[in-house]
Design a binder for this molecule. Structure first.
Ligand code: SF4
Ligand code: SF4
Length: 326
């Protein structure tokens, strides 16, 4: 795989600073039952990195002392970590809102037959990737048979109440473009998704999050291989919207890797760009117990233009669909 960081180091992206910490995003490891073309984590079945139980306990201790109200659990397929359920159930006992970034097909993996019920019982919000409502496009990006399995899993989640009115069980879907283009407007695409999935498969969901592909890891490497990296960066920069700077996710989120080290966001984690704190070369979550990150400078590089292009992009979808200045 081609390294992308050397191409992103020289940047004119504006300096930005943190506001109040609201979300702890925890990467439980890079193991995944899929190996999608656009994966910015480079996850797959062969990856062995997994958060150990001791580190999970450190995450729980941080939740207790920091008062952070939102826990965003990601991977790989986070559910494949043997301590996933300990983290989720303890987080919920603490009154923390928990989001599971679920690839859907993990619900059919061996040993996971009761996973969907576990998530429903703990009222975990599910954020599930479905990069298109057409089978051919999903299978090209995520692997043969993934679309059909995803539809089965969505029906299973709907049967438990996920995505249906008044159930309180939230099921959001995630879209990202197939190639080196900006995503379409979130609102109209969400309406298309609702119509198509409902008419064709009887599937309901809450919101669609539209994400921009980041020029890093597998996708960035693919751009380099095809000679499209510079063109894609020019596309992101030409679509720069300064107003998105107020709500990029790194202002209110920290990303924790499987060893407990912290970063300003998941993308910086994948690029090996640690959060800057008291001139330490690397910062562990335990170093931040009781710390106030408000005003701390954020580590930016050229990939940050992926968050500010057009309607903006974050782990909660388009920025212009979210409340500003949070
Ligand atoms: S399902 Fe998600 S984590 Fe797994 S390979 Fe695909 S994009 Fe990466
Ligand atoms: S890539 Fe990360 S650090 Fe850069 S703007 Fe986006 S969220 Fe912030």
């Amino acid at each position: 795989m081609h390294a992308t960081l050397p191409l992103l180091e020289a940047t004119d992206f504006p300096a930005i600073r943190r506001t109040r910490l609201e979300t702890l995003q925890v990467n439980l490891g890079y193991r995944c039952n899929q190996s999608c073309v656009h994966c910015h984590v480079n996850a797959g079945p062969q990856r062995t990195e997994q958060m150990a139980l001791g580190t999970v306990f450190e995450v729980i201790a941080f939740l207790k002392t920091s008062g952070v109200k939102s826990l965003d659990v990601t991977g790989g397929a986070p559910e494949l970590n043997p301590h996933f359920r300990t983290l989720v159930s303890t987080g919920r006992e603490l009154g923390v809102q928990v989001m599971d970034r679920c690839n859907l097909t993990v619900l059919e993996q061996p040993g996971q037959h009761d996973l969907a019920q576990f998530l429903a019982d703990h009222r975990v919000e599910i954020v599930a990737s479905l990069p298109c409502y057409l089978e051919e496009n999903v299978d090209r990006q995520r692997g043969k048979g993934v679309f059909e399995a995803s539809i089965r899993c969505l029906k299973h989640l709907n049967a438990l109440g996920y995505g249906t009115p008044d159930s309180g069980l939230t099921l959001n879907l995630v879209y990202n473009p197939q190639g080196p283009v900006l995503p379409p407007a979130q609102g109209p695409l969400e309406r298309d998704y609702h119509r198509h999935l409902s008419e064709r498969y009887g599937i309901a969901f809450n919101q669609l999050y539209v994400l921009t592909n980041m020029p890093i890891q597998r996708f960035g490497s693919m751009l380099i291989s095809k000679g499209q990296f510079e063109q894609y960066m020019a596309l992101l920069k030409n679509a720069y919207e300064p107003r998105n700077l107020d709500s990029v996710m790194c202002r209110s989120l920290v990303s924790v890797d499987w060893r407990g080290y912290v970063y300003d966001c998941d993308f910086n984690q994948m690029l090996g760009l640690p959060l800057r704190w008291k001139a330490r070369p690397r910062v562990h979550l335990r170093d931040l117990m009781g710390a106030d990150l408000n005003g701390n400078g954020i580590v930016v590089r050229d990939h940050c233009y992926g968050c500010t292009a057009g309607q903006g992009s974050s782990c909660g979808g388009a920025l212009d669909a979210q409340p500003r200045g949070s």
